[in-house]
Design a protein around this ligand. Structure first.
Ligand code: GUN
Length: 283
């Protein structure tokens, strides 16, 4: 029997707790924590993600705002917006939705976000602090995955964890978090050889390769924990990086949708509340 790691349920519990904390903040006469998302261009998937982020930030009582910029906005103009948000004391969290249009250098934009408002955990300072296990802001999807494993009392200590995908948003930071949690981690990617053997030898498999139904039921085993980070729209259906038949075969699996996705947004709200508290503690 496979246990479903119900990210939607867990994220609701987390959001309830955040809403309670935000309500206490505002009842004391303080302004609500605030999140601003910068969205450049009109990638439909990004539109959907940003709308969910805005809706859920508002639902927990936060102030949320999207700065929408045209596809052909120059890098300098995006930077001007970031600098203004950095200087705005009423903005706690800043997130620039990725990917950016090709003419904009993602590194330059991410580097410009104030590390103390970088609720996405992507700024090099935050990446470095995570690496040396002194995290400030932890990137949202990896943080959400660890929280989900923890919620279901899945102890990763001494377990063999395989992360498939080495992106800055998911693969690398989740491999780091699993290492800090005492798992024995292998980071695989598109050039990895003998992936089948690596999967067979693993207890936990995190799949963030960005290819629909990449992992099949024939590749997994009954004792394993499967975390599917993929999200793809195919013929009106939402599918992950793992064939749903594989979920049924393993001990624990995150569904797509309603698995990792809602946990990402819950982590973003947690990070925004953390940014608010840090900013107010300084005063
Ligand atoms: N695009 C897809 N997921 C994310 C995310 O977590 N953060 C940002 N900034 N962009 C994304």
């Amino acid at each position: 029997m496979s246990t479903r790691l119900d990210g939607l349920h867990v994220s609701k519990e987390i959001r309830k707790q955040i809403a309670q904390e935000v309500s206490e903040i505002t009842m004391q006469g303080n302004r609500a924590p605030s999140l601003t998302v910068v969205l450049v261009g009109n990638d439909p998937a990004s539109e959907t993600y940003v709308n969910s982020k805005m809706k859920q930030a508002s639902a927990v009582g936060m102030t949320s705002k999207t700065i929408r910029l045209e596809e052909d906005t120059s890098e300098d103009d995006v930077l001007r917006h970031i600098h203004a948000l950095n200087d705005d004391a009423d903005v706690d969290g800043i997130l620039v939705q990725l990917p950016l249009p090709k003419h904009i250098n993602e590194d330059i934009i991410v580097d410009a976000i104030s590390p103390s408002k970088d609720v996405d955990g992507l700024h090099p300072l935050n990446v470095g602090l995570l690496e040396i296990n002194r995290p400030q802001f932890i990137s949202c999807t990896p943080k959400g995955i660890m929280r989900l494993l923890d919620w279901y009392h899945i102890d990763v200590t001494g377990k063999r964890a395989l992360v498939i995908g080495r992106s800055r948003l998911v693969g690398k930071p989740v491999a780091t978090l699993l290492t800090h949690a005492n798992a024995t981690v292998t980071l695989a990617h598109s050039r990895t050889q003998n992936l089948d053997t690596l999967i067979q030898e693993s207890d936990i498999v995190v799949v963030a390769i960005g290819q629909p139904n990449f992992i099949k039921a024939s590749q997994v085993q009954s004792h394993q924990v499967l975390v599917d980070v993929g999200i793809h729209r195919i013929d009106g259906m939402i599918v992950g990086d793992v064939d749903p038949e594989a979920y049924k075969k393993v001990a624990y699996a995150t569904p797509v949708p309603k698995g990792v996705g809602p946990m990402t947004i819950a982590s973003l709200l947690e990070n925004t509340l953390q940014a608010y508290r840090a900013q107010h503690a300084q005063k």
